[in-house]
Design a binder for this molecule. Structure first.
Ligand code: NDP
Length: 244
């Protein structure tokens, strides 16, 4: 059941996070939108509200633990609880390992891995207090099929996959659900900032050629949330039919 659920979404200023916020709000969820680009968040929240939904926009840098705690607190204060945290914010500094893009590696670890851990640390106490909660993360098929130029990116995604599985095993008292969504190529802004020209152009071409819309992933997230409380959708892979 999605109607009335309170859902906080990181990376809600574009792509999969934005599509998820719009879809869940359309289905009656109360959504808290977190990201750094506040102007975009404000526009999306306003459009959701004008369409009859309820949305809250919060400036959040997921690499900062205090930002995530503030984000969760804002959602709880505004809407009264937190049912689901969608830890979706992510970046992709793709490129061959031999480029030694150490700054890019650090940035991916900070956003894709530490960002999710900051989300767990912020949301888990609230979920435990409430006796219910659902953690959803956006990992990637790049952690399922290992390919060149995505080594560290895939590594961060698989670290999150591993952590969520361990958390699931530690949380079988029926109060916490965990879901890892693994999208393949999705048409978003994700690879627009890749600095290696050849890698960026190839990824953008693949996205344009076969990428599925962000709404397709949003529907997968909605599917997992919509399950009855005693049903946990652990892993979902959603990729273009033509992706190898
Ligand atoms: P986008 O680039 O469109 O969205 C990324 C989002 O993450 C933005 O809203 C951005 O907001 C946010 N973000 C980045 N850094 C931070 C930060 N430090 N703090 C808070 N928010 C941050 O790409 P996608 O929608 O594609 O990406 C969403 C997720 O899906 C990512 O985790 C990505 O790895 C994953 N994914 C995407 C695939 C694809 O093909 N597109 C495939 C598989 C997985 P802002 O810049 O405003 O902070």
């Amino acid at each position: 059941m999605i109607e009335g659920k309170i859902v906080a979404i990181t990376g809600a200023s574009s792509g999969i996070g934005e599509a998820t916020a719009r879809l869940l709000a359309h289905k009656g969820a109360l959504v808290a939108l977190g990201a750094r680009r506040t102007a975009r968040l404000a526009t999306i929240a306003k459009e959701i509200t004008h369409a009859g939904g309820r949305a809250l926009a919060c400036e959040v840098d997921v690499t900062r633990g205090e930002d995530m705690r503030r984000f969760v607190t804002c959602a709880v204060e505004e809407f009264g609880a937190l049912d689901v945290l969608v830890s979706n914010a992510g970046i992709s500094h793709l490129g061959p390992m031999s480029d030694l893009d150490v700054e890019g590696w650090d940035a991916m670890i900070d956003v894709n891995l530490r960002g999710v851990l900051n989300g767990v640390a912020a949301a888990l106490p609230v979920f435990r207090r409430q006796g219910r909660g659902h953690l959803v993360t956006t990992v990637s098929t790049s952690g399922l099929k290992i390919v060149p130029t995505q080594a560290v990116y895939a590594g961060t995604k698989n670290a999150v996959r591993t952590i969520l599985e361990a958390l699931r095993q530690e949380s079988t008292d029926g109060t916490l659900r965990t879901t890892s969504i693994s999208p393949g190529f999705v048409q978003t802004e994700l690879v627009d900032n890749v600095t290696d020209d050849a890698t960026r152009e190839q990824a953008q071409r693949r996205m344009a050629d076969i990428g599925i819309p962000a709404e397709a992933v949003a529907r997968a997230i909605a599917f997992a949330i919509n399950m009855p409380e005693d049903v946990e959708v652990g892993d979902l892979t959603i990729r273009p039919t033509r992706q190898n």
